[in-house]
Design a protein around this ligand. Structure first.
Ligand SMILES: Nc1ncnc2c1ncn2[C@@H]1O[C@H](COP(=O)(O)OP(=O)(O)OP(=O)(O)O)[C@@H](O)[C@H]1O
Ligand SMILES: [Mg+2]
Length: 417
C-alpha cells in the first residue's frame, strides 16, 4: 500500500517528510513480527501507528488491543497483562486470562510503556524473548504468540539512567524505532491540519467553517505547539464554537495560544517585540505612579490620624506636616480651609510662604517661587553638603536652617548625595 493510501485510510493529514518516513517504516515493518517502539512528544499522533502496523501485517484478522500502561494501577497491571489464578491475591475470586493470553495471534499496543513498574518490565522482557509467561499466583508456563508495539512520549534514555526503565527491555522493544515529529517542525502541515479540523468541526456543529486571515496563518505556523496536534485540534474546536466572526484574525488567535510570546516570531511580526518593550516602559511608569500614590496615601493617613487625635488641625500639626500638606495639596483646589495658608490659590506650588509668624526662621530665606532662586538654593545646599562631607546637621547649621528643613529640601529638589 502506498503512503498516500495509508494516510487516506487512517485519516492522517500532512506531507512533512519526517511524517512520511514514519509511515513508511510502519508500512515496511508491518508484515514482520518485529517489536516496534514509537516515540514522539505528547499529542503528535502516535496512536495511529500500531493500528497501521497491525492492519497491514499478517495478524490483521487476529485480535488487537491497546493497553494504557500509565492508567492501570501498579497493583493490578501484572494481572491485567498476564492474568491470575483464583485466590492468588485478595479479591482474586476467579481465574482470569490476561491480555497476553487473550490476544495470542494478534497485536498488543503498550501505550505509555515507560510507566510500567520494574517487576512488570521483567515479565514483559521474558514474554518478548521466549513467548512464555506465567499467570500471577501460578507456576505453569503458558505459551503465547503476540506482537508488541510500544509507545512513549518521554525520553526513555533518561528513564534508563534513573533506573526506572530496564535497558535490556528497551533494546528488545526498540528493534524498530519510529519517531513521530513534533508539530512545530511540520511547517505548512500545521495549516493543512487546521483546515481539516476546521472543516470537521463545521460539519459536527453545523456552522460555516472558520478561516484564518494571512497574519493569523503566519502565527499558527510559527507557534511552538507544546501540545502538538492534539492542542491544534482543541484550539480549532474552541475557535469554531466560541468565535462569531468566521474569519479569525491574528489578535483573536493569540488569545487561544498559551505562552504565545515565547514563540520564536518570524520577521513579519517582529513588531511585537518593539511593542513589548514599549509595554514594559509603560508598565514602569505605571508602577511609579502607583508608588507615588501609595506614598501620598500613607502621608494622608498619617495626617488624618493626627487630626483625629487632636480634634482639629492645630498649629502643631501644620508645623509638623508642612512638607506633606504642601506636597498633597499643591495640585488640587479643594484643600482643607485649615491648611489653605500653606498654599497659594490655583494650586500652585509655593514653597516659600511662611506658615506662621513664629516659623519664619525656617523658611524666610525662600521668599517667593523663583527658578533662579531655586537654583541658587540647590547650589548652596550642594556646597554646604560638600563642605561638611554630606553631614546634614552641620550643613544645615551653615545654611542657617533647621536640619528638618534641609532634609525636606534635599527630597524636594531631588538632590543626590
Ligand atoms: N497527522 C494527523 N492527521 C490528523 N489527525 C492527527 C494527526 N496526528 C494526530 N492527530 C490527532 O491528534 C490527536 C492526538 O493524537 P494521539 O492521541 O495519537 O497523540 P499521542 O502521540 O498518542 O499523544 P500522547 O503521547 O499524549 O498519548 C488525535 O485526535 C489524533 O487523531
Ligand atoms: Mg497516546
Amino acid at each position: 500500500m502506498e503512503i498516500q493510501q495509508i494516510k487516506q485510510r487512517f485519516g492522517i493529514i500532512g506531507n512533512y517528510p519526517g511524517l512520511d518516513r514514519a509511515i513508511d517504516i510502519a508500512r515496511q515493518v508491518a508484515p514482520t513480527d518485529l517489536s516496534v517502539m514509537i516515540t514522539g512528544e505528547s499529542g503528535t499522533g502516535k496512536e495511529v501507528f500500531p493500528q497501521i502496523i497491525h492492519s497491514l501485517g499478517g495478524r490483521k484478522h487476529g485480535p488487537y488491543i491497546a493497553v494504557n500502561c500509565g492508567a492501570i494501577p501498579d497493583g493490578t497491571i501484572d494481572s491485567e497483562l498476564f492474568g491470575h489464578e483464583k485466590g492468588s491475591f485478595t479479591g482474586a475470586h476467579d481465574t482470569r486470562k490476561g491480555y497476553f493470553e487473550v490476544v495470542s495471534g494478534g497485536t498488543i499496543f503498550l501505550d505509555e510503556v515507560a510507566e510500567l513498574p520494574l517487576s512488570t518490565q521483567v515479565r514483559l522482557l521474558r514474554v518478548l524473548e521466549t513467548g512464555e509467561f506465567i499467570r500471577v499466583g501460578s507456576s505453569k508456563v503458558i505459551k503465547t504468540d503476540v506482537r508488541v508495539v510500544a509507545a512513549t512520549n518521554i525520553d526513555i534514555t533518561t528513564a534508563i539512567r534513573k533506573s526506572k526503565f530496564r535497558e535490556d527491555l528497551y533494546y528488545r522493544l526498540n528493534t524498530v524505532p519510529i519517531h513521530v515529529p513534533s508539530l512545530k517542525q511540520r511547517g505548512n502541515d500545521i495549516y493543512l491540519l487546521f483546515r481539516k479540523f476546521a472543516s470537521d468541526f463545521s460539519e459536527r456543529y453545523r456552522m460555516p467553517s472558520i478561516r484564518l486571515d494571512e497574519e493569523a496563518r503566519q502565527i499558527l505556523v510559527n507557534y511552538e505547539w507544546p501540545g502538538n496536534v492534539r492542542q491544534l485540534k482543541n484550539i480549532t474546536e474552541q475557535l469554531s464554537i466560541i468565535e462569531q466572526e468566521r474569519e479569525i484574525s491574528a489578535s483573536t488567535l493569540i488569545n487561544y495560544l498559551p505562552d504565545y510570546q515565547k514563540t520564536r516570531l518570524p520577521a513579519l511580526i517582529r513588531g511585537e517585540h518593539v511593542s513589548e518593550e514599549a509595554f514594559n516602559s509603560e508598565r514602569e511608569i505605571l508602577y511609579k505612579v502607583l508608588f507615588d500614590m501609595k506614598n501620598d496615601i500613607n502621608d494622608l493617613k498619617k495626617l488624618v490620624a493626627q487630626i483625629m487625635e487632636k480634634g482639629s488641625m492645630s498649629r502643631e500639626i501644620k508645623q509638623d506636616n508642612e512638607g506633606i500638606i504642601k506636597k498633597l495639596y499643591a495640585t488640587v483646589d479643594d484643600m482643607p480651609a485649615d491648611a489653605s495658608d500653606l498654599i497659594s490659590h490655583h494650586g500652585q506650588r509655593q514653597t516659600s510662604k511662611p506658615m506662621e509668624e513664629e516659623h519664619i526662621t525656617d523658611t524666610e530665606e525662600i521668599v517667593e517661587e523663583s527658578l533662579s532662586l531655586e537654583d541658587k538654593e540647590i547650589e548652596l545646599i550642594n556646597k554646604a553638603l560638600e563642605k561638611h562631607n554630606g553631614k546634614r546637621k552641620y550643613a544645615a547649621q551653615d545654611l542657617g536652617i533647621s536640619e528638618r528643613t534641609l532634609y525636606r529640601k534635599i527630597k524636594e529638589y531631588n538632590i543626590e548625595q
